[in-house]
Write a protein that binds this ligand. Structure first.
Ligand code: CP
Length: 301
């Protein structure tokens, strides 16, 4: 009997215990207490990028190499995939050569199709729908500064984008309360909120950033314009959701600020917040490396 392939596609598809274990593994990796030195020696990861990346690309590549493995980086437009070859055939071909595939793309359906046809694990490195790898680093960053996130209040102020979707998944899986403040026109997919409710989550959708942030333990935002999108008219809509010092002061006294980066100072966040004492964005960025290593080891174990 062959073991099931362990894909890392979205947090709603992975049970809470596994996700908790991945964050704990990432902490052990960061602390140098994780055990086996090069567990992925002899393994190769293919990374497909149809959108730009700094953190995801470098942390996966460095992480894989630190675990003893190899990496092949593939620009989507240089693959036959960019000339009409199907995702299914790409998945089948890559499965002949590599042990794991990480993909960053636009439509979530492409990742789902890749996983359906690949015989090796597939990792979601971001789609227009979600960014699950980022959330492990985010939860880890919160917990290393403030202890367990379970029961805490996280406030999202900004666009109801792919990061907001993954925060909704994470709130259910890690047991924290989530308040999302966004313009009505930029609300997350109602199906996500329904999923959270059906799974015992405490997710509130609101349109007043002050109400969302008041007494929150963690304040989060993200770029107003996601990759591949050029609708700058959204700036006016989102300006009231900018995280500035006044908004941050409504949060609890020891609240921290998270942003997955890249940031646009003066748009979704002011320099005083992202570069200020409550910001933990550089630990958050560093944790991409440790959590990526935990994900790779889990997928390939
Ligand atoms: N946060 C994040 O995914 O960063 P990159 O787009 O640089 O990979």
């Amino acid at each position: 009997m062959t073991a099931a392939v362990k894909h890392f596609l979205d947090l709603d598809e992975i049970d809470a215990g596994t996700l908790r274990g991945l964050v704990d593994d990432a902490v052990a990796i960061k602390q140098g207490t994780a055990g086996t030195d090069r567990p992925l020696a002899g393994k190769t990861l293919a990374m497909i990028f149809e959108k730009p990346s700094t953190r995801t690309r470098v942390s996966f590549e460095v992480g894989m190499k630190q675990l003893g493995g190899e990496v092949v980086v593939l620009n989507g437009s240089e693959l036959q995939l960019g000339r009409g070859e199907t995702v299914a055939d790409t998945a089948r071909a890559l499965s002949c050569y590599v042990d794991c595939i990480m993909m960053r793309t636009y439509e979530r359906e492409k990742i789902t199709e890749m996983a359906h046809h690949a015989t090796v694990p597939v990792i979601n490195g971001l789609t227009d729908h979600s960014h699950p790898c980022q959330l492990l680093a985010d939860v880890m960053a919160y917990e290393e500064h403030r202890g367990p996130i379970r029961g805490k209040v996280v406030a999202w102020s900004g666009d109801g984008n792919n990061m907001a979707s993954s925060w909704i998944h994470a709130s259910v899986r890690f047991g924290f309360r989530l308040r999302i403040a966004c313009p009505p026109e930029r609300s997350p997919d109602p199906d996500l909120l329904a999923w959270a409710r059906a799974n015992g989550g405490e997710v509130e959708l609101m349109h007043d950033p002050v109400a969302a942030v008041t007494d929150a333990d963690c304040v989060v935002t993200d770029a107003w314009i996601s990759m591949g999108d050029d609708d700058t008219s959204r700036h006016n809509l989102l300006a009231p959701y900018r995280v500035d010092e006044t908004l941050m002061d409504r949060a609890s006294e020891d609240a921290v600020f998270l942003h997955c980066l890249p940031a646009h100072r003066g748009e979704e966040v002011t320099p005083g917040v992202i570069d200020g004492p409550r910001s933990i964005v550089w630990d958050e960025a560093e944790n991409r490396l440790h959590s990526q290593k935990a994900i790779l080891t889990w997928c390939l174990s």
